[in-house]
Design a protein around this ligand. Sequence first.
Ligand SMILES: [Mn+2]
Length: 237
Amino acid sequence: MRVAALHDVHGNLPALQAVLADIAHADVDAIVSGGDVLWGPLQAECLGLLVEADALFVRGNCEREVLAPSSETDRWCAAQLTARDRELVAHWPLTVELDVGGLGRVVFCHATPRDDDEILTRATPDDDMLSALAAVAADVVVCGHVHVQDDRRLDGGPRVVNAGSVGMPCQGAAGAYWVLLGEDVELRRTDYDVAHALEVLDEAGFPSFRETFQDALEGRVSALSATEHFEQKRRGA
Ligand SMILES: [Mn+2]
């Protein structure tokens, strides 16, 4: 079995379209949507495409936040969804489990299997990773949330793969980031026309769109700066 995991699309429809076109040539048996499809410019359209592609969904913190909005931006996002969209999203689970090729039992989640907003980064010490994942019986855990790809083997714990972000990456280079699982783990990057995407997405009316998205889409947010930001947040600094 081969599985494509697509995390943190954040309403970036052109990025998602490019990844789905790539996946069409990748002999994939299942697509997992790893959370945070919402909270972005063209989220309802992204949701529609993933439903059409028969994706298996897990819930991200942004799905939870859009369904219970507490900011102007959350409320804008909520207003883009139909009652049927909201009903669908409200039922997404925290995890999906699949047996994948040579990898064994794989648990897909947004942030960690126990919490859609818990932070784990490349810089998180092994002991902290192990305690966050202690209750998880899996060979591999696939997560997202911090928008930086990673593939790490924990001594005495699962292999932890971060799929990165399709729609709002922090990799220091433009593109849509995702992961392909089969006999092994392939961290993938799909190119798309970012200048055109920025124009299309800007039209959607997402509040402060350019300020929020442009640097990430143009590849100007480095993995190091994003990791430092999230790691400080994790440590409560
Ligand atoms: Mn998230």
